[in-house]
Every structure is written in structure tokens, then in C-alpha cells.
Design a protein around this ligand. Structure first.
Ligand SMILES: Cc1cc2nc3c(=O)[nH]c(=O)nc-3n(C[C@H](O)[C@H](O)[C@H](O)COP(=O)(O)OP(=O)(O)OC[C@H]3O[C@@H](n4cnc5c(N)ncnc54)[C@H](O)[C@@H]3O)c2cc1C
Length: 377
């Protein structure tokens, strides 16, 4: 077993860390204040290759794979989990088109997504259907050479900055009654709705998408009619969950750094609190969670890169890492005492961001259902 990252992944890690520290860190205060996504960063992420890590070279990407993607999202999220979340959802749309799109879809959309002209979106959730996918009510009705789309998506990452999002919509009844469509920005009847203000991941754009008698050509169907459930589940479990796991990994790393820094600096009873055993135990717990999650996330990504079954491992990585990030950020905040509750300390943001990661990509309860089914059968 080789636990060392491949050289090309080490290079991605180094350059992403530099980018995150130099370009993204200065944007955080503004994102926290406004709750808005700094759109110009999309193009910059495209320029340094972050958008095309899983895109084949023929469509302008580097095709470095899922391990490289995990490490890149981790590095971005170590500085800013909100941008990490936007980036990981972007890759979800790329993966959806790669796995299920036609040659024409790939040639048309993948270069635009990879260069950063379009920001990727996968819209599944609706007010009546989050965990319960079958609860969605949006409809796509076939009419001649078109489909007519009606409905409302909510909690959608990158909603207000999308170019040509991938939407899962009802074309019939039952699990085979869902289908996937691309709807281009500017199509009459398609518009963003409310922009949500969240407690954490504030700079990740989250909002609604409205469809009102929106006509799209039949050629915008991704996969066959009725494959929407399959497309949603594969994209969420094999790309969305590891993506959120990598975001949590970045938060965990930042928790360890912030906790150690504060413990070394804060002097009580004439010595840094790093000398107190209770503080040391909490730091050891954060470190244990970080290292365990790293193994889960990197192994799951390696399985995907080697075209092995990985949905369960990805779900385990997501469920464990997002919960670990909440645990670790609470401990890191507690190590800061009262300072941990002050807005000028980074640790309060890590705590808020970790809490929001729980729902994105499917909640812990849904993760546990998937895992227990795999174990019990
Ligand atoms: C920051 C963020 C970004 C997101 N981005 C996207 C996106 O890009 N695209 C997208 O489509 N969606 C997105 N979502 C939505 C996300 O996928 C949903 O929030 C999630 O699936 C949960 O759905 P819900 O919020 O409707 O909660 P509900 O499904 O209403 O769940 C409420 C509670 O019930 C529990 N529960 C539900 N079913 C069961 C069960 N069978 N057994 C036990 N407990 C259960 C849940 O775990 C939860 O605790 C995002 C959400 C967030 C917070």
C-alpha cells in the first residue's frame, strides 16, 4: 500500500494552497458580510485548472481524477469552505454530463464549464422533496420536439451564477418517472428565485430556480427519459458526497491549526494553555478525526479513480467527515473560550460552516441508512 500522494496530486495540493491563501482568503470578510459568492473567482479557478480536474483533456481539462479533486477541494476549504462547496457542486455537473451526456452535450458544455464561462449546478431538491426524492413535483411534459418544464427547485448551490444547470424533473410516475435536463440560462420561463442567507458557508451561493412554462428542446434531455433517479443518485453519491467530505476535511484541518495556534498563544496560570491536559486531549481528538477522515476520503477517491464500486465508501467518507467537522469545530471553539464566540476569530466560522455541511449532499440520517443497508443487506 502506498500512502503517499502521487506527484501530480502533490503539485495540485501546493498550487491550490497558494491560490486559496493569496486569492480567496482576502475575500472572506466580504462573503461573510454579504452572504454572496464572489463570481470573479470562477474564472480564476478555471485559469489554474481547478474546474477541469475531472474533465478529459479533449474537453479542456486535465483529467487528473478524483483524488486530485478531493485534495484541491480540501485545500480550498481549509481557507474557505463556502468556495469549496461551490467548486464541488461545479464538478458534479461535469460528472453528470460526462457519465450521461451525448457527444454533442460534452462538446458543447464541458469546455464552457471547465474554463469557467459557466458555473456548474445540479438541481434536485424541491420544497416537497429533499431526502425524499420522489416527493418532487416539478414536471416536464413532452410536446412535439420539446419538453415544457414547470416547478421550483430550492437550496441549489450556484443557482444564481449557473450557465446551463442540470435539473432532475418528473416526466412520469414512480422511480422511473424522473428525467434529467439541461436548461440554459436565458431560456424564457427559467429564472433564479430567492437567494438564501445561511448561518454558515455564507459565501456559497444557495437559492431557488423557477421553471414557468419553460420550453426546452428534446435534445436537452441528459440520458434517456426515466433515467433521472439513476443520474441523481450516482452523481450525488459518487461526486457530491465525496465533494462535501473534502469540504469537511478542509474544515477539520483548519480546526486543528486554529486550536493549536490559540492554545500556544493563550497564557493562563503563567503558561500557554497548550500545557493543560484537557486542552491537549481535545487537540488529540481533532487530530484523530482529521487523520481518520483523510484516509476515508482519499481511499474512496482512489476507488473512484480505479473505476471500482465506491458509492458506499463515498457515503461513509461524507457522513463521517461532516459529523467529525462539527465535533472538531466545537472542540476548537471551546479551546478558544469566550474568544471562540467572537466574530473576529476564524473558529466561529468553522463551526457554522461545519453545521451547514451536514445537509448538503444528503443528511447524516440518509447516509446512515445507506451504510446500514450495505452492512445488513
Ligand atoms: C448548503 C446546502 C447546499 C445544497 N446544495 C444543493 C444542490 O446543489 N442541489 C440540490 O439538489 N440540493 C442541494 N441542497 C439540498 C440538500 O440536498 C437537502 O437539504 C438534503 O437532501 C435534505 O433535504 P431537506 O433539507 O429537504 O430535509 P428533509 O428531507 O426535510 O429532512 C428533515 C430531517 O428528516 C430527516 N430524515 C429524512 N428522511 C429520513 C429517513 N428516511 N430516516 C430518518 N431521518 C430522515 C433528515 O435527516 C433531516 O434531519 C443543499 C443544501 C444545503 C444546506
Amino acid at each position: 500500500m502506498d500512502f503517499d500522494l502521487p506527484n501530480e496530486v502533490k503539485i495540485v495540493k501546493r498550487s491550490t494552497r497558494e491560490f486559496a491563501e493569496q486569492v480567496i482568503a482576502p475575500l472572506i470578510d466580504d462573503m461573510e458580510q454579504t452572504g454572496d459568492f464572489p463570481a470573479h473567482v470562477i474564472k480564476e479557478m478555471g485559469d489554474i485548472g481547478l474546474l477541469g480536474l475531472i474533465t478529459p483533456q479533449e474537453y479542456g481539462g486535465s483529467d487528473l481524477g478524483f483524488l486530485a479533486r478531493t485534495v484541491a477541494i480540501q485545500e480550498i476549504s481549509r481557507i474557505c469552505a463556502a468556495i469549496g462547496c461551490g467548486l464541488q457542486v461545479h464538478h458534479m455537473e461535469i460528472a453528470g454530463i460526462l457519465d450521461w451526456g451525448t457527444k454533442e452535450h460534452k462538446e458543447k458544455y464541458l469546455p464552457l464549464l471547465t474554463q469557467g464561462d459557466y458555473l456548474g449546478v445540479v438541481a434536485v431538491t424541491e420544497p416537497t422533496g429533499g431526502s425524499d426524492l420522489m416527493g418532487m413535483t416539478s414536471t416536464a411534459i413532452a410536446e412535439g420536439n420539446e419538453y415544457v418544464l414547470n416547478g421550483r427547485k430550492c437550496f441549489i448551490t450556484n443557482s444564481h451564477y449557473c450557465g446551463a444547470p442540470l435539473l432532475i424533473i418528473k416526466t412520469g410516475d414512480g422511480p422511473r418517472g424522473l428525467s434529467a435536463f439541461i436548461v440554459e440560462k436565458g431560456t424564457p420561463g427559467f429564472s433564479p428565485g430567492r437567494h438564501e442567507h445561511k448561518v454558515g458557508l455564507r459565501g456559497a451561493n444557495t437559492g431557488e430556480l423557477f421553471l414557468q412554462n419553460c420550453h426546452v428542446p428534446k435534445s436537452n434531455l441528459i440520458g434517456d427519459e426515466g433515467q433521472g433517479m439513476k443520474i441523481a443518485l450516482k452523481t450525488i453519491s459518487e461526486v457530491g458526497r465525496p465533494g462535501m467530505a473534502a469540504v469537511a476535511l478542509g474544515i477539520l484541518e483548519a480546526c486543528l491549526e486554529e486550536a493549536v495556534k490559540f492554545a500556544r498563544e493563550r497564557v493562563l496560570y503563567g503558561k500557554p494553555i497548550a500545557n493543560l491536559q484537557a486542552i491537549q486531549w481535545n487537540i488529540a481528538d481533532i487530530m484523530g478525526d482529521l487523520e481518520a477522515c483523510k484516509l476515508l476520503c482519499y481511499r474512496a477517491s482512489w476507488l473512484k479513480d480505479n473505476e471500482r464500486e465506491c458509492a458506499v465508501e463515498m457515503t461513509l467518507a461524507k457522513t463521517y467527515s461532516t459529523e467529525a467537522a462539527v465535533r472538531a469545530s466545537k472542540k476548537a471553539l471551546e479551546i478558544h473560550g469566550g474568544c471562540g464566540t467572537m466574530m473576529e476569530y476564524t473558529v466561529q466560522r468553522l463551526f457554522r460552516d461545519a453545521m451547514v455541511c451536514i445537509s448538503a449532499g444528503g443528511t447524516t440520517e440518509i447516509g446512515k441508512i445507506v451504510l446500514s443497508r450495505a452492512a445488513i443487506g
